[in-house]
Write a protein of this length. Structure first.
Length: 138
């Protein structure tokens, strides 16, 4: 804009942006003196701090058979902070803590895998492709 290469609308079209975006940038330059992106606006504060997550990790390792529904109850009883399952799951995932992999029931036997190549269901010798084509055409 400082070089006056065209109208604001032409410049916006040249960069493939809407006119309002260009006006926003110009206002930001005028008010802040720079075009750098604005800082992050914030968001919801985390309910649990890093030390509390570490405590949760120790509970999970001592009781690996606790379900995901039971862990928020433990957090509420021990830390007096009410959290949901998704919060606990994100914490577990972030810390890299592993939980019990399977239920207490014994494993089901696996089915045997079929061989990669099955023989023909027809009795007698198998036909080659060329002999099959010849027999099909006659």
């Amino acid at each position: 804009m400082e070089r006056q290469v065209g109208s604001k609308r032409e410049i916006a079209r040249w960069f493939g942006v809407h006119d309002s975006f260009l006006y926003k940038l110009l206002r930001q330059q005028r008010e802040r003196g720079e075009l750098a992106p604005l800082p992050h606006g914030g968001g919801v504060q985390a309910k649990l701090r890093e030390g509390q997550w570490q405590q949760g990790a120790s509970w999970i390792t001592t009781t690996p058979d606790a379900t995901l529904a039971e862990l928020p109850e433990q957090v509420q009883q021990k830390l007096r902070v009410r959290v949901g399952r998704s919060t606990v799951w994100r914490g577990v995932e972030t810390l890299g803590v592993t939980r019990k992999k399977r239920g207490s029931a014994p494993r089901k036997p696996r089915a045997k895998r079929a061989p990669a190549f099955r023989s023909s269901s027809r009795s007698g010798p198998a036909l080659s492709r060329s002999s099959w084509m010849n027999s099909a055409l006659t």
